[in-house]
Design a protein around this ligand. Structure first.
Ligand code: SF4
Length: 72
């Protein structure tokens, strides 16, 4: 069965929080003391049942910070 993991490019993240609105089970936005708040993952390997919500977060992130990587 194919699984997936979530990849984050923190350099691109500006803490808009769209990802949290789409899938709060996986995405949190936290203040790291670096100027912008940044996304933090509750898990890199979300459940298959969350895939459509994770995909929405990927698609709607305004900075193209997130991606899904398929794992065999
Ligand atoms: S991952 Fe995208 S939507 Fe989420 S906080 Fe970062 S820039 Fe905003």
């Amino acid at each position: 069965m194919t699984k997936y993991r979530v990849k984050v490019d923190l350099m691109l993240c500006q803490g808009h929080g769209v990802c949290t609105e789409e899938c709060p089970e996986v995405f949190k936005v936290i203040d790291m003391g670096t100027g912008y708040p940044k996304v933090s993952l509750t898990t890199e390997n979300p459940a298959e049942e969350l895939r459509s919500k994770v995909q929405d977060a990927v698609d709607y992130c305004p900075n193209r910070t997130l991606s899904i990587v398929e794992i065999d």
